[in-house]
Design a protein around this ligand. Structure first.
Ligand SMILES: [Zn+2]
Length: 319
């Protein structure tokens, strides 16, 4: 199904569900507080009368009178609701997203957060990621899988190191909305929990309604190449690399380095930096290897804006 069709269907479904819920509430209230049913039919009659008069005498301004009458009836209705233990909004129209009233578009004509989220979910197949995120999050993170044997070179154990990193990650999330230029670069060999931790951060921020895009460097490169060379460009997908609240680039490696992908990926990261948007990167390369690989001055300037966080220890994949 095409994205636009899917999105339309999504909002139609929500609308239908909410209308059913509204109808149920109305029936419930009519049953419990019959006075409200009477008030509603009065309001309906007044409104009908007003519109009939309007048609007969378009020039006359009688609507003010009517609207005052209707207003008073509505106040009465609210009082009745509250007297019977319901919230005063109980009979209002129900929206799953109050910001755009389930249209996907905000008052100033922009894409609403709920629509952006939906697009991300569809474009990046977040349904498959959400399965992973349900397993790999801060609640399931277990410090005990890391060795508490001290590594001379680092003067601490992998477990102590991970406890330290965990604190940084939580701080990162707490200060996410601050314009503090805080970007993290997770580096170290495979199997040290880098991806697991990225998943934890992604899940936490998504739960806070942030637009998070999680991609391996390989997937990003593929999208960029499809767009550039195969004309299979999906502009929405491309633009989101720049506009998402958080872009996670997992597994940035040497094998992907061609001059094209190089400059494109760094264009994305650099643009995000300039816009104050945050990026997380994980890589098996050391900062030194990175600077050797990415010699261009732009790249070194980009990496200066990242706090390197080192992972070490035994390879957890084989335990
Ligand atoms: Zn919305």
């Amino acid at each position: 199904m095409e994205l636009r069709t899917k999105i339309n269907k999504y909002y139609e479904d929500i609308n239908r569900k909410n209308k059913i819920l509204e109808e149920k509430r109305r029936e419930e209230i009519y049953d419990k507080i019959p006075e409200i049913k009477e008030i509603d039919s009065l309001i309906k009659n007044i409104a009908l009368k007003a519109s009939m008069e309007q048609i007969k005498n378009p020039s006359e301004e009688r609507s003010i009178e009517h609207s005052e009458e209707i207003y008073n009836l509505k106040v009465q209705k609210t009082k009745l609701l509250e007297k019977n233990g319901f919230s005063k909004n109980y009979l209002d129209e129900i929206y799953s997203c109050e910001i755009c009233k389930d249209t996907g578009i905000t008052e100033d004509g922009k894409k609403c957060k709920c629509l952006q989220k939906l697009i991300v979910e569809e474009l990046y197949d977040m349904s498959s990621i959400s399965y992973v995120l349900n397993k790999e999050n801060f609640d399931t993170f277990d410090l005990n899988v890391f060795s508490d044997k001290t590594y001379e070179k680092f003067n601490m154990s992998p477990k102590e190191n991970m406890a330290r990193i965990l604190k940084i990650a939580k701080k990162y999330i707490e200060t996410f909305d601050k314009d503090n230029d805080l970007n993290l670069l997770f580096w170290g060999p495979t199997g040290q929990g880098k991806t697991f931790l990225l998943n934890c951060i992604a899940k936490d921020l998504m739960d806070r309604d942030k637009i998070v895009i999680y991609q391996t460097a390989y997937e990003i490169v593929k999208t960029l190449e499809d767009r550039k060379f195969r004309n299979k460009g999906d502009e929405d997908k491309y633009n989101l690399y720049f506009n998402a609240d958080l872009l996670i680039v997992d597994d940035l490696g040497i094998e992907l380095v061609t001059s094209f992908t190089n400059s494109e990926i760094f264009n994305i990261i650099n643009t995000r930096l300039l816009r104050g948007k945050k990026t997380l990167i994980s890589t098996n390369l050391s900062p030194k290897e990175l600077s050797n690989t990415y010699t261009d001055r732009v790249f070194s300037r980009v990496f200066q804006k990242f706090v390197p966080i080192r992972f070490f220890g035994e390879d957890l994949r084989w335990q």
